[in-house]
Write a protein that binds this ligand. Structure first.
Ligand SMILES: Cc1ncc(COP(=O)(O)O)c(C=O)c1O
Length: 438
């Protein structure tokens, strides 16, 4: 591509100058593979961006969108409805963990997080508990890029340019503990007690009656695949229950089969009050996010407002967009018809074996995995944190494999349709790339 033709697009979360000097251009996709502009086939090792769980260019989804666009292209979501929105909500409620069945649509994971935080504060308020305004997140948490999300999120780099986060927030510590848990297969043994900090420090410091909600990713994905220690999430649930605090699970990555189960909530047998999801909800094909909520929360809003009043003054122009709803219904059908969550569970042992077979490769200081996700943490190059991670990413790209890197952690999260041979190739390539990296 002519370098000037790349001038206008200010790329998100991208090293723009480096990219424009060394473009990596994807031009088409099918199944497990992208094609680049040189006609190379690229194995998708990260489901696009953790979202294309059913693989690329799936006919039923493509056709559903085409039909929908030709039937009803757009409908205002405020004070108006359309059938696909109700169908999509029903379908999502049906597959949600038992006990969560009200669906509020948004357009992304970031919007889902901010909506959940607002909903939590407003819920307490409509019940007459207006003093509950504080929000608790976790270090190394990622809840998108909007102001609510970065306020409860715990990524220093995502906050330092924007030092105006919401004031009434605090954070529990991250569960990452390499000293005790390095090279664990599946859930780490050690660290359930990290949840106790919520009670010992946060509720004590703030007075629990001022805390509206705790939000965590059941498994932190974007900060490098941090798998929850055994018993940790149950402990968080118990403490939230004890103090009347809502528990929000951000399942933007963990929803829709990534961990070898439909939801992390089911995998870990812990029911939050609100799940936020996006990404796999529409297979990444049309932007879409959602909150799935306990009926008591929904009902509190209904009970508090006058009959013709808007109960929750919140929403977006594109909430429940017809194309997104059509994509989502077709996606959920595909997951069900092809048994993709079970497929992920069946493939998980081989995935684990191939990931951990890299142990001993130079630079690697941890390998961790669950379901169809793995994190490979590298020693940082002295004085240049993140440089080695980027090298490995670039070398994988040269070798025809797309992976993610966060600092010096390589994240692997392929579409759930991956074959055993492709799993083998994926990890073999990553191993070579790490071996070759400085
Ligand atoms: C857990 C989690 N929450 C929220 C988001 C933000 O989603 P989006 O980029 O769709 O706004 C992400 C994105 O990776 C995520 O992993």
């Amino acid at each position: 591509m002519n370098p000037q033709a790349m001038d206008a697009f200010w790329m998100p979360f991208t090293a723009n100058r480096h990219f424009k000097a060394n473009p990596r251009m994807l031009v088409s996709a099918d199944g497990m593979y992208y094609q680049d502009d040189a006609g190379r086939s690229i194995l998708d090792g990260c489901a696009g961006l953790w979202c294309v769980n059913a693989g690329h260019n799936r006919k039923p989804i493509v056709e559903a969108i085409q039909r929908q666009a030709a039937t009803l292209d757009y409908a205002p979501p405020f004070q108006m409805g359309h059938p696909k929105a109700f169908e999509a909500a029903e379908r999502l409620a049906e597959m949600a963990p038992a006990g969560l069945d009200k669906v509020f649509f948004v357009n992304s994971g970031s919007e889902a997080a901010d909506t959940a935080l607002k909903m939590a504060i407003a819920y307490h308020r409509v019940r007459g508990d207006a003093g509950r305004v504080k929000l608790v997140g976790r270090e190394r948490g990622y809840h998108g890029v909007n102001f609510g999300g970065i306020s409860v999120g715990g990524i220093a780099g995502n906050r330092k340019l924007f030092p105006v986060a919401l004031p009434a927030t605090d954070h529990i510590r991250s569960t990452h503990d390499l000293a005790r848990n390095a090279f664990t297969r599946g859930e780490p043994e050690f660290g359930a007690e990290f949840a106790d900090e919520l009670e010992a420090r946060i509720t004590t410091l703030h007075d629990p009656s001022t805390i509206a909600a705790v939000i965590v990713e059941p498994m932190a994905g974007s900060t490098g695949v941090l798998i929850p220690p055994k018993g940790y999430l149950k402990r968080l649930r118990e403490i939230c229950d004890k103090y009347g605090i809502l528990l929000i699970f951000d399942e933007v990555i963990t929803g829709f089969g990534r961990l070898g189960a439909d939801w992390a909530a089911n995998k870990f047998d812990v029911l939050p009050d609100i799940i936020t999801c996006a990404k796999g909800l529409s297979n990444g094909v049309v932007p879409m996010g959602a909150l799935i909520v306990k009926p008591a929360i929904h009902d509190a809003f209904m009970a508090a407002a006058a009959e013709r009043a808007i109960e929750f003054p919140h929403g977006y122009t594109y909430s429940a967009h017809p194309l997104a709803c059509a994509a989502s219904v077709a996606t959920l059908d595909l997951y069900r018809d092809e048994g993709l969550f079970q497929r992920a569970a069946n493939l998980a042992p081989r995935f684990e074996e191939k990931a951990h077979a890299l142990r001993g490769t130079r630079h690697i200081k941890d390998i961790r995995n669950l379901g169809l996700v793995a994190g490979i943490e590298l020693d940082s190059r002295p004085g240049a944190p993140g440089a080695r991670g980027m090298d490995v990413f670039l070398k994988c790209w040269e070798k025809g494999v797309l992976v993610r890197f966060t600092g010096d952690i390589i994240a692997v999260s392929p579409p759930l349709i991956i074959s055993e041979a492709e799993i083998d190739r994926l990890f073999a390539t990553i191993g070579e790339a790490i071996h070759e990296a400085d």
